[in-house]
Design a protein around this ligand. Sequence first.
Ligand code: GTP
Ligand code: GTP
Ligand code: MG
Ligand code: MG
Lengths: 292, 293
Amino acid sequence: VLGEKFSSVFKKLRGYGKLTEKNIEEAVRDVRLALLEADVNVGVVKSFLEKVKDRALGEVVFQNLNPQSQFLKIVHEELVAVLGGAEKTLILEGKPPHVLLLVGLQGCGKTTTAAKLANYFKKKGRHPYLVPADVARPAAIDQLSTLAQKIGVPCWPTKTEDNPVEIAGQAVDFASRELNDIVLVDTAGRLHIDDELMAELGRLKKKFGNSRTLFVADAMTGQEAVKVARAFHDLLKLDGVILTKQDGDAKGGAALSIQSVAGCPIYFTGMGEGIDALEPFSPERLVSRLLD
Amino acid sequence: LFGPGREVRELIPEIEEKLLSADVGVATTQMLVDALQTASPKTGQEAYGFLKGKVEEILTSTEKIPPNPPLKKGGEGGFPKVIFFVGINGVGKTTTIGKLAHRLKSEGKKVMLVAADTFRAAARDQLGIWAERSQAEFVGGSDNADPASVVFDGCSAAKARKCDVALIDTAGRLQTKTHLMEELKKMVRAASKAAGRLPAVGRLPGAGRPPDEILLILDATTGQNGLNQARVFLDAVPLTGLVLTKYDGTAKGGILVSIVRETGLPLRYVGVGEKIEDLKPFSAHEFVSSLFA
Ligand SMILES: Nc1nc2c(ncn2[C@@H]2O[C@H](COP(=O)(O)OP(=O)(O)OP(=O)(O)O)[C@@H](O)[C@H]2O)c(=O)[nH]1
Ligand SMILES: Nc1nc2c(ncn2[C@@H]2O[C@H](COP(=O)(O)OP(=O)(O)OP(=O)(O)O)[C@@H](O)[C@H]2O)c(=O)[nH]1
Ligand SMILES: [Mg+2]
Ligand SMILES: [Mg+2]
């Protein structure tokens, strides 16, 4: 009898047995609110929670946890996994030149990021070349060439009357003859619903046998991140994502929304206006902020 | 969605999804849904009408605040009306200035553009091009010059050249950067000093007349962080209004509902494109229709 009494006490101490719909109900609600307040897209939150509940239900609760905190632990792990797990390195090996196209909405940080990337590669002993292919925005060429000069990276002398696709082609030919192995093409910001400008990106991509399209996105983008990323991805097949302005206090839920449709790694994150403010994207760090 | 004969109660999840997808945010969506349940309309049609009315009420409750003060020819006491454009990086401050300059020019005003973003590469040149396009006067400082001194010189030059308005471009700044918010306060004080409205002792406007308008520029694609932006900028400087840019995209700008509800700031203009004429006065009715579309 004493043995039974002890074993029931132990059962209580050992916790609640398994995770059930009932005992994680409140935690699921809290997570949903946290993700929505962090700007994760409504649809993405829904499918993520379904997937996480599928994994969680029936799991045995660990000794030192209660169902709610066990569920939160699982959510944390799943979010990190969805965002790529560990930091991903952008590896550019093989026959040069490696052409990187920076694309995205207006004002997200493409021009600044192009310079930051050039600086990053230069510091690694590579030979980057910058191409201003934004002939629409006032002083955009000026902006990139000023930054290029600052970091000592060569930059194509684009003129506003040039055609972006032509100019990129000429610049890449020139750069490869000059033995620059990485060419970064800065493009004009554009709306995902602007068919003409999206088609221009398609032509730009077609210009090169082998290129990478990097989607630059503002960390504080809201619900629309899914629609935007999907439009860019459907047309161009994105090879990577760079999340900017993460030095602010936006939770960055857009990262999850973008990942859900683009399925390519988030390589870097912009952490300031300075040219050195580029860091490898850390899923762990973003998830901690997301659930904070 | 709001067809007749649908139980209002069963519409709630769809309504929530619609509002959340428009960046209205959790708290404001909850507030609207609670209000809807209290009002308990009989039909979907009534529910729709109720919600639109509620949001429109929030957005128009501030329209009674006139632009302060109203733009007279030559500003007040011979000093040009001063309008600051502030906000985080990349939202469209510089472009909005170009558009507003064009609009004011077409109203017969003499406009001065002041390039007080002395930090970012080619910022001064970018505004210089807008000055050419809108046929406005232009004052810029040297690279990395003290922004407050550019504001002072710009406003003084606007007065000397008998301008009606001076539009001040500022560097983008994340609201979390305290030293940059301090810099902004200094710039605002400099405008007041130029107008001789404040003792030169560093006190925030409230005494003499501050810049006539300080507009916070917000990007329509911004999520919940927009509310933080508004809170912190308002805490730092006496904002007088909001401008929503990039409304020509697909984002609904729902965060605006929370911002207006909390700050009472009026929405002055909406940016609907990248060309000089792409600026419209804000219409609460149109905004609400699009929100529920
Ligand atoms: N704080 C912060 N600011 C950034 C970051 N990346 C870019 N910016 C700033 O964001 C603003 C916009 O950057 P741009 O590089 O001009 O953006 P863009 O995408 O090229 O803009 P468009 O060409 O007009 O579409 C500038 O003020 C940059 O300094 C970042 O990681 N952190
Ligand atoms: N589609 C669209 N683009 C806009 C709108 N307003 C501005 N833009 C674009 O957004 C980008 C950034 O505009 P800027 O005026 O440089 O923004 P900013 O706030 O001055 O940027 P920083 O000074 O770097 O902080 C440019 O490519 C503009 O053409 C708008 O209403 N619609
Ligand atoms: Mg650019
Ligand atoms: Mg600017």
